[in-house]
Design a protein around this ligand. Structure first.
Ligand SMILES: [Zn+2]
Length: 83
């Protein structure tokens, strides 16, 4: 995971999820970047997998509420963690 964090790619724009998923599975458009608490994940709805990409990488994480995190967690409950 350190490799991804130090790759020099900017976080905080919507292209990130696509890039992560591209590397991982090739389903760019289907992938989405989101955070649960301070942890950031990229999930791919096409292959139903998700990867952990880091923690506290984005300044905007505070805007999310616990309700949103719970929903996100539920949305990937049946997904396989691949990283
Ligand atoms: Zn995929």
């Amino acid at each position: 995971m350190d490799r991804k964090q130090s790759s020099g790619v900017q976080l905080g724009n919507s292209n990130m999820g696509e890039r992560f998923c591209e590397v991982k599975c090739g389903h760019g458009p289907e992938s989405r970047l989101f955070n649960i608490g301070r942890a950031h994940f990229v999930a791919c709805d096409a292959c139903r997998t998700y990867i952990w990409v880091g923690s506290s990488l984005m300044s905007g994480w505070r805007q999310a509420s616990e309700g949103i995190w719970r929903r996100k967690k539920r949305s990937i409950r049946s997904y396989q963690r691949s990283g």
